[in-house]
Design a protein around this ligand. Sequence first.
Ligand SMILES: CC(=O)[C@@H](O)[C@H](O)COP(=O)(O)O
Ligand SMILES: NCC(=O)COP(=O)(O)O
Length: 246
Amino acid sequence: MPAKLSVNLNAIAMLRNRRDLPWPSVTGLGRLALAAGAHGLTVHPRPDERHTRHSDLPEIRALIDDEFPKAEFNIEGYPTEDFLALVEKHQPEQVTLVPDDPAQATSDHGWNFAAEAAFLNPIVKRLKKGGFRVSLFSDPDPDGVAAARDTGADRIELYTGPYGSCYSDSAKAQKELERLGKTADAALAAGLQVNAGHDLVVNNLPGLVKRIPALAEVSIGHGLTADALEYGMAGTVGRFLRACGW
Ligand SMILES: CC(=O)[C@@H](O)[C@H](O)COP(=O)(O)O
Ligand SMILES: NCC(=O)COP(=O)(O)O
């Protein structure tokens, strides 16, 4: 089965937040994405709420429960106590833990699994006990995979930013792709499932899904939202699904 597509709504929320007005509607665009065949919705609520706001979460949860019960809700973020409480309140199908500093413009690296094991292990345990699938944001580094598995997480999410930024240099992209591929091979061999995300677009998805045919899910926001301005949300979701191999 091709990789599932989870549409990240953060970029739409950031556009909405330019004004104190309810449009573009985060939930409304999420509805269009799911109606067009996306498999899930992702949000990355940061402490300053500059993207998705905490108040968006119950609406997205209700959208999925009431209209798209087969879709998944994925909440990403740095696991502070506030973040964990948010997750426990809104019950996403998947929680993706990201080592973001609140001041960071966007996520730009994965966990150092060995160094941060003592911090991550009890958090993963708590989330698993709560019934959540847990995914950990991961650099493309095959050597980090064993420690990722030892946290008890279900999946890693490969940070594809360096691959996505090679759009004008195909030799460099090939090198980044191979690092991602080797990390995925190691993770799958260790019993972890593999997601991927950051700066994925229609042009770089086919290479990624070809190198990692077992990829479980891609979460895509920035590039997909940029395309939605040009092609509309429904047409864009169709283009990204075809790029995934559906
Ligand atoms: C975890 C991750 O890669 C992120 O890409 C992130 O969730 C994107 O969100 P922003 O667009 O808000 O940076
Ligand atoms: N987990 C990555 C994600 O949700 C979206 O990242 P981007 O497509 O906005 O770079």
